[in-house]
Design a protein around this ligand. Structure first.
Ligand SMILES: [Zn+2]
Length: 240
């Protein structure tokens, strides 16, 4: 069910730094796990086409800063499951997974949907267990966006908002715990808190983290803004 990962030469060169590499496959999604020390701080790149976030996270791990990082090895955004495709950041609830599968595969049969949903139901917890940090730890996701999505998409479903950089709506932190929001809102960057977001559940990892009271922060920037994303990650690591 998995496509063979197509990794660039540069990617291999970067990965060559790591001696303690592992592969995790869950819910049809293949991740490379890079480990430095204890997993109190965990990182995830879940969209394979967000190459800026991938570079920022690889550089951070190459610097031997402590924590575990899961980097999806697919280069495409969507993951293939038999004849179907899904967004890997929409499967953290059955409700979200079903909506996403139907949206992306309008020609598929009911039998196909049932098989795919049953598979994701069996696999979901394995993925969640791997990604969630130890108690008190924090899960940090890195994403990149393009035109059409910004902090203004998230504001209507957020509990609190700090618009510290209104001229840069594509770059923001999205966190799930009020204490983290308090600290991040003192940064020079935009922040939203989604502690108890309203339904519907879109199946994203932030929703799952909020539901389970896990500290989660997404660092979202416009694709290509590598220096900006690196500075946002550094600020977060210095202050959380
Ligand atoms: Zn993303």
């Amino acid at each position: 069910m998995n496509r063979a990962p197509r990794l660039t030469r540069r990617h291999f060169l970067l990965l060559g730094w790591f001696s303690r590499r592992r592969i995790l496959t869950a819910a049809g999604i293949r991740f490379e796990l890079l480990r430095n020390g204890a997993p109190l701080r965990k990182f995830v790149l879940i969209h394979g086409d967000e190459s800026t976030a991938r570079r920022v996270l690889l550089a951070r791990m190459r610097d031997r800063r402590p924590g575990w990082a899961y980097l999806v090895t697919h280069e495409e955004r969507l993951v293939r499951l038999g004849a179907l495709r899904f967004d890997p950041n929409r499967i953290f609830s059955r409700e979200g997974a079903e909506r996403n599968l139907r949206e992306l595969n309008p020609a598929a049969s009911e039998a196909d949907f049932e098989l795919a949903l049953a598979f994701l139901d069996r696999e979901r917890e394995k993925l969640v267990r791997a990604l969630l940090p130890e108690r008190g730890g924090v899960l940090i996701a890195l994403h990149n966006n393009r035109e059409g999505y910004s902090i203004h998409t998230e504001i209507p479903i957020s509990d609190r908002v700090a618009l510290n950089e209104p001229q840069r709506p594509h770059d923001f932190y999205l966190c799930t715990e009020p204490g983290d929001f308090d600290r991040l809102s003192r940064s020079p960057f935009n922040v939203v808190l989604q502690h108890r977001p309203p339904p519907p559940d879109d199946g994203s990892l932030s929703r799952l983290a909020a539901r389970r009271n896990v500290r989660y922060v997404n660092i979202e920037t416009l694709l290509g803004e590598e220096d900006k994303q690196r500075r946002m990650l550094a600020w977060l690591e210095d202050h959380l």
